[in-house]
Design a protein around this ligand. Structure first.
Ligand code: ZN
Length: 88
């Protein structure tokens, strides 16, 4: 049995994925991704570890997306503020 790593729903089903793997989709929360929680009814610890892993990988993925863009925006805002401060 598989479960959704985001909302723990059982209403998750595989769809054809890219890169030769499977992608799973959750009917309840709309989650779509290659990670699912395999659930056998008593392996609760494993379940929690997988959820933690999923959250960790999601965070890593988010951090990889935009760190430089946000740093650049922050620096630009700082420079604009500095220019205004010097002009006024
Ligand atoms: Zn879900």
């Amino acid at each position: 049995m598989i479960r959704c790593p985001r909302c723990n729903s059982r209403h998750i089903y595989p769809v054809a994925g890219g890169y030769g793997g499977w992608t799973y989709r959750c009917k309840d929360c709309g989650y779509s991704g290659p990670l699912v929680v395999e659930f056998d009814g008593e392996n609760q610890l494993e379940n929690e570890n997988l959820q933690r892993k999923f959250r960790h990988e999601t965070n890593e993925w988010r951090q990889r997306q935009h760190p430089y863009i946000w740093a650049a925006i922050l620096i630009i805002c700082f420079i604009i503020a500095l220019i205004f401060f010097l002009l006024l």
